[in-house]
Design a protein around this ligand. Structure first.
Ligand code: CO
Length: 351
């Protein structure tokens, strides 16, 4: 392979065999269930409503590994599908459900534990339980945690969520933040608008809360955070936020520094599809803070993981390698492969 192999930090799984959650929980919460169509196809259901068609690449390690080989992906971070977070469920039940999904994630990844790294889900509505479940999962072999970008009306500056993030920093668990539970209205029910405009806005709002809510002033700089979908609309609008921080300090200057000061404190994935958008991300976030993320295996993901980074003619080889692999090694705490061919640093990064 001519280009270095890669690490994909944004993929999802759905276990094919998960139990009837109504039978293992005490509440009448509307849990998802899986309608099996045949060996390859299934539909995630909420009540009588089809939520998403899925295929065996969601649960079958062999299928995933073949797709990874075809795309030049060495390692996938295998995260929950956000619809299963269940943060609105009673905490006791959410604990049980998290354990079920997290244990099934380990089973899915077991055939290739060096290549499929599960990220846990936690019952974030109960921070003690969330910390305990994360500890349990990290001891069992999970590599980090995926969280939703909010819990009801609580954002990433909520005191309880900050406590959880501080715990992640303390135990060295990387955190992948995924938008979910997008605002809804009839205007957002056309054209997948919740996904096309809601998700980028959700992620932008989360980063805003992380910064202006003072989370990054309070939490350890050891915290390793990555936001999905290129950080949503954040990078494009960081100048607008800085301007507001300076021009309306009475409302906005609630963090110690303007938003652009904190750009080195978190990462974003590369799932933005357009070379110009990737260039903006690299220019804004820095070459250390962008990582390959494809959103595999879902239809709104990059169909050949890493193709945008591999084909971006404005990236030098060193930067390309960081985006494809090196930054994710840092994020995940993985050693660099000893036999990796060395790439001579360039004198300057073309912009
Ligand atoms: Co995703």
């Amino acid at each position: 392979m001519q280009q270095p192999t890669s690490i994909d930090v944004h993929t999802h799984y759905v276990p094919r065999q998960w139990p009837d959650l109504r039978a293992v929980t005490d509440s009448d919460f509307e849990w998802p269930w899986l309608r099996i169509e045949n060996e390859r196809d299934a539909v995630v259901m909420f009540g009588t409503k089809d939520f998403r068609k899925i295929q065996s690449d969601a649960w079958d390690a062999e299928v995933r590994l073949a797709d990874m080989d075809a795309a030049g992906v060495d390692i996938q971070v295998v995260s929950p599908t956000p619809a299963f977070f269940s943060y609105a469920a009673p905490a006791d039940d959410a604990v049980k459900v998290s354990r079920i999904f997290n244990d099934l994630a380990l089973e899915i990844c077991a055939p290739a534990p060096e290549r499929l790294l599960p990220f846990a889900q936690v019952p974030l509505q109960d921070i003690d339980a969330a910390c305990a479940e994360l500890d349990r999962c990290m001891a069992l072999g999970h590599a980090g945690v995926e969280i939703g970008n909010h819990v009801g009306d609580r954002d990433l500056d909520d005191a309880q969520i900050v406590t959880f993030l501080q715990h992640c920093a303390a135990i060295g668990a990387p955190v992948f933040v995924h938008p979910w539970d997008m605002a809804d209205s009839p205007r957002l029910q056309r054209w997948m608008a919740q996904w096309l405009t809601g998700m980028p806005a959700e992620t932008h709002l989360s980063i805003l809360a992380l910064i202006l809510g003072g989370t990054l002033d309070r939490v350890s700089s050891d915290l390793k955070l990555c936001f999905a979908h290129g950080g949503g609309s954040f990078a494009f609008w960081v100048g607008r936020m800085d301007n507001a921080w300076h021009r309306r300090p009475d409302l906005v200057a609630t963090s110690e520094h303007p938003p652009s000061h904190y750009l080195s404190r978190f990462s974003v994935d590369s799932a933005v599809f357009e070379p110009n958008a990737l260039r903006l991300l690299v220019d804004t976030m820095g070459t250390d803070n962008v990582m390959l993320g494809s959103d595999y295996p879902y239809p709104l993901g990059e169909q050949s993981a890493g193709s945008l980074i591999r084909s971006a003619d404005f990236l030098d080889d060193q930067t390309r390698n960081k985006l494809l692999r090196g930054n994710a090694e840092q994020f995940l705490g993985l050693p660099s492969p000893v036999n990796e061919p060395s790439i001579a640093p360039l004198a300057a990064t073309p912009r």
